[in-house]
Design a binder for this molecule. Structure first.
Ligand code: ADP
Ligand code: LRH
Length: 485
């Protein structure tokens, strides 16, 4: 039987990787060709993505991927974190480094937007949770900038990289749904919202959907990577979370998922958006997934909290730290891991201790105590999101699938099972890359529908199961400590 080779470029906020997926009839194998750090840079005007270094990593990765396949790749797909973009001038040249979603330029901007278009109307039209970094608010923040004045085109990060690789501009739909300029019912632009806020939709290239062709690698790219052409680029769920949810190895319908990496994205896959006022009040988002599905979820700060502490602590053995955290007292102090106060970089151990003190709890001091506080807090936020999503969407579940880098953290997975009072199935860790590969494979006729993709994953990927321990009363009590603040 023929096996095809697909390269998945997956750029997370903490690292980028190029993975090779080999797919045959009933087989799926993923290997890492290249991984590189994603280090944002603070320049005088703010926090920026080092997009040229990322592109360099993509080219190195494609070369390494090709080397594993005799220079022949059947296709390439690209996904990355959401909401951010590059602006191009009339010549198609990039105007400056893309702004990082953690840059403070959007502070106070939402209130100004809501003065023109009230938050409730905005939610009813777009279904997107409030986050200061939604592209809509970034564009509002940049309204007076010289850069935007000169811009002829806006490309979301994966679309920008695709454009550099192929010369073909486009706007991939799942990622476009994080701009807050898409209507989740029509799965097309929210024309009314754009008009009310005076946002020029002409800036965006035409919409592309997962599975659509996105051009061929340019001759120069083939030369630089040693690949033998033609190599098509296939549109995938270019929002990393869309690709990760596509790779949730669920075998039934009654599941919740938590994509754990820099962020924790916790929620449900639905057929239609939930646009109720209660849903808005609970700040659930309706992003678009594969095949017109809705990713109904909440953003939780995720392992960012730990990444930032580790940055402060310097050289630390993560395995040893997690072992010590496992032995630290449980649920001694918790913070609200959904709170945007933790969005910005810097001073994370201190900020976590401050939040504990402010809610009348003991401040964790040692790295092990702080790590335990973070993992307990994440598990608690997972519990809250999984519980509320089921209620708001009227969609009960009996298993929680955890995917992404956080599945390598057994303590987090166990605490999540305990907090949710449900079994957790953990894996795959590289879910976004697998979702990326499978959409390419499907476009090449190698796999069937979403359910078939999931069955293939469940059969081929190593998964770990965690049963809930004890009752959930302790978690309820911890939640109450935060709610009565
Ligand atoms: P992103 O795609 O957002 O950059 P990942 O899905 O790659 O994030 O997940 C990265 C996180 O996974 C790290 O911040 C770390 O907390 C966790 N992680 C990775 N490897 C391990 C490991 N060996 N043990 C425990 N946690 C790990
Ligand atoms: C995760 C992610 C998430 C977005 C955030 C900006 O990488 O794409 O889904 O909310 O980054």
């Amino acid at each position: 039987a023929t096996t095809r080779s697909f390269a998945a470029v997956d750029l997370g906020a903490s690292s980028g990787r190029v993975m090779v997926g080999r797919v045959g009839a009933g087989s799926l194998e993923l290997t890492e060709a290249h991984r590189f750090p994603n280090r944002p840079v603070r320049v005088p005007e703010g926090l920026r993505w080092d997009v040229l270094s990322l592109y360099g990593g993509v080219l190195d990765g494609l070369r390494a991927a090709g080397a594993r396949c005799g220079g022949r790749l059947d296709s390439v797909g690209i996904d990355s974190w959401a909401v951010d973009y590059g602006l191009l001038d009339a010549d198609g040249a990039l105007l400056g480094n893309p702004v990082h979603y953690r840059d403070p330029r959007t502070e106070g901007v939402a209130e100004k937007v809501w003065a023109t278009l009230p938050a409730a109307e905005l939610y009813a039209a777009t279904g997107l949770q409030y986050a200061p970094f939604n592209t809509l608010y970034q564009l509002a923040a940049a309204r007076e900038s010289a850069q935007l004045a000169h811009a002829k085109r806006l490309l979301l990060i994966p679309d920008l990289l695709t454009y550099w690789l192929t010369g073909e501009p486009g706007t991939e739909l799942t990622n476009a749904s994080t701009t807050q300029l898409i209507d989740p019912r029509t799965r097309d632009w929210a024309y009314g919202v754009a008009a009310r806020l005076d946002i020029d939709l002409e800036l965006f290239a035409p919409l592309r959907r997962p599975g659509d062709p996105a051009g061929l690698l340019r001759q120069r790219v083939l030369e630089e990577t040693g690949l033998t052409g033609p190599v098509p680029v296939t549109t995938v769920g270019s929002h990393d979370t869309a690709s990760a949810v596509a790779a949730v190895p669920a075998t039934g319908e009654r599941f919740a998922y938590i994509c754990t990496g820099t962020w924790s994205l916790a929620g449900l896959e639905l057929d239609a958006p939930v646009l109720t006022e209660a849903s808005r009040a609970a700040n659930f988002t309706n992003e678009l997934g594969l095949d017109g599905t809705v990713r109904y979820l909440r953003n939780i700060m995720g392992l960012w909290l730990l990444q930032e502490c580790l940055r402060e602590w310097g050289e630390t053995d993560l395995g040893e730290l997690l072992r010590a955290a496992g032995e630290a007292p449980a649920l001694r102090s918790v913070v609200d891991a959904g709170d945007a106060v933790f969005l910005a970089p810097g001073r994370m151990p201190e900020r976590i201790a401050e939040a504990c003190r402010e809610s009348g709890q003991p401040a964790p001091g040692t790295p092990a105590e702080i790590t335990r506080c973070i993992l307990d807090s994440l598990a608690l936020a997972h519990r809250r999101a999984v519980t509320e999503a089921q209620e708001l969407a009227d969609h009960p579940v009996d298993v929680v699938h955890v995917v992404g880098g956080g599945t390598r953290n057994a303590l987090l997975c166990q605490l999540t099972a305990d907090a949710c009072g449900l079994p957790v199935v953990a894996g795959p860790a590289e879910a976004a890359a697998l979702g990326n590969v499978l959409v390419q494979a499907r476009a090449h006729g190698l796999v069937g529908d979403r359910a078939a993709m999931r069955r293939l994953l469940a059969r081929t990927q190593p998964l770990e199961r965690y049963e809930p321990r004890g009752d959930t009363a302790a978690w309820q009590a911890a939640q109450a400590r935060l709610s009565t603040r």
